[in-house]
Design a protein around this ligand. Sequence first.
Ligand SMILES: [Zn+2]
Length: 150
Amino acid sequence: MNCKKIKRFLTPYLDNELKEPDITAAVEKHLETCKSCSNELKALKSIKDLVHKKEKIKADKILLPSIIDKINEDEQIKIEKREKLLRLLRNELIPSLATAAAVILVVISINLLKMDSISSIDELILSEMSVNEVNELFGNTELEKLLSGD
Ligand SMILES: [Zn+2]
């Protein structure tokens, strides 16, 4: 094989893509004696290494920080969600729970006062109804949840 033919096989040879052993052997035999082709192979190898190195650098220097950024971003979103939830708990839920607790105390007090006079099931139902009435009055869903045991 002449140099022109060999040079066509150099890239597949470098990438181990030459399927035919005869061609591989011919290329190797030619490279042993031909300076021009072995120089071209060296050049191709350098380019290949450079591309690989560049990819590695890309992975290390560009991809990795972006992955870290993404992780931090996700972490930040998690923190924000948690803070939002905590804020919600602090500003909305806890005061409403406090309200609910206060309402329950009032309801229990009313019922305790009523206890003495409860003499029938009807009266007991009536006293239970007052819980719902108070609940309706305050429009407090948290109280509802607490009373239903959810
Ligand atoms: Zn040659």
